[in-house]
Design a binder for this molecule. Sequence first.
Ligand SMILES: NC(=O)c1ccc[n+]([C@@H]2O[C@H](COP(=O)([O-])OP(=O)(O)OC[C@H]3O[C@@H](n4cnc5c(N)ncnc54)[C@H](O)[C@@H]3O)[C@@H](O)[C@H]2O)c1
Length: 463
Amino acid sequence: MASPQQITNAFQQAMNLSGSPHEVSMSPTQSYMSQYSSLKPAKALKPFSTGDIKILLLENVNTTAINIFKTQGYQVEFYKSSLPEDELIEKIKDVHAIGIRSKTKLSEKILRHAKNLVVVGCFCIGTNQVDLDFAAKSGIAVFNSPFSNSRSVAELVIAEIITLARQLGDRSIEMHTGTWNKVSSKCWEIRGKTLGIVGYGHIGSQLSVLAEAMGMNVIYHDILSIMALGNSKQVTTLDDLLSQADFVSLHVPATSETKNLLSAPQFAAMKDGAYVINASRGTVVDIGALVQAMKAGKIAGAALDVYPNEPAKNGEDLFNDSLNSWASELCSLRNVILSPHIGGSTEEAQSAIGIEVATALTKYINEGNSQGAVNFPEVALRPLDLDQQNTVRVLYVHHNVPGVLKTVNNILSNHNIEKQFTDSQGDIAYLMADIADVDLSDIKTLYEQLEQTPYKIGTRLLY
Ligand SMILES: NC(=O)c1ccc[n+]([C@@H]2O[C@H](COP(=O)([O-])OP(=O)(O)OC[C@H]3O[C@@H](n4cnc5c(N)ncnc54)[C@H](O)[C@@H]3O)[C@@H](O)[C@H]2O)c1
């Protein structure tokens, strides 16, 4: 049997970390277990001493995330803002995880300095601030939180539907400039009106439930056949939806198919006096054509939260014709609500994003679970049982080329491979395997053999 010092050395070398392995890590296996509907308690894996795990958090990441990491015993370094490039390069050198929002650019140049980094958490929706390909090629998984703000967007759209129907934006602007204009002409209740939702995903389906609760009839169009919530009804074509809806709200992703999904022919196909709402992506509506349809009186109002070009920072006089050629014409129209991409911007969404991304990072660090990674094959194994004390979990990121499994399984073949799962994404593949009856003294050998394979990108062993 290996001595405690030998075990320490094996872990330190296997993980390329300093510190003691005797502190048992708190793995979030309880919540993970529920996915597998197992009633048995699970064994908490020990990636390494959790006190050795260093996490750099930038850009005022929500406190919900800091709490999760601290509960794990990780070392957390927290900054309210992003860091200048040279400082970031210094800091990133020895951290195992980094949490950022949209302002920190993790380019290849910066990531090349990250010798211990295994995971990046984008505490936001987008991930284009990270060089995802280079990260994957370096064995660094990247996680984000695409759906934590769905409810916030759906609620904003409900507010906009009523605001448009009552011309509330115009009345408010008038009052701010001293004008009293009490009118009811062309102001409507939303009860009994038809809402057409294009894209019945996370946001579209939430909106559907809220709108029905307000007494609206809901129809939706999606490229997928999706089960209707409540009394809503799926319609086959976009034109079906446009011809019936009093309000059209867009909730599709930005793809080549959704570029200018609503343009002049679609506005012509809509009911006279219909309203348009876009809180999806700026490319989905041809705003020049919308301006013309509104000027012609075909469309009675529009609420836009997203634009083809958006300013990179907050400030005055940034939303202008040099940013988008139609900006001043759009701003001059009546019953148009313009908001600066705030659909998902609420305290609740920030808190939910903190929990979701911090949990994903913790699961990846403690268990190797890459489900939800944006640049990486998504692989998960069910937790180990408490009685599997001598089982080692192998995490092996490698180039996606023929012959890898043969080589790896040859290395593992002296032990019983209890379960194994591998998947690939482009040039990168990720293998997870639970190996039974591993003597602690074998860990170092296993690690070194895997590290010496020509296909290896990164190896971690959890025990
Ligand atoms: N304004 C904001 O602050 C904000 C916040 C969050 C999300 N968003 C955006 O909202 C949009 C929807 O987000 P989500 O989380 O609901 O996405 P989602 O992936 O859950 O749902 C999108 C739905 O659109 C459908 N779809 C795709 N192409 C389509 C097409 N051509 N026609 C009809 N349906 C199509 C998909 O099948 C899917 O059901 C995305 O563009 C997202 O980026 C905006």
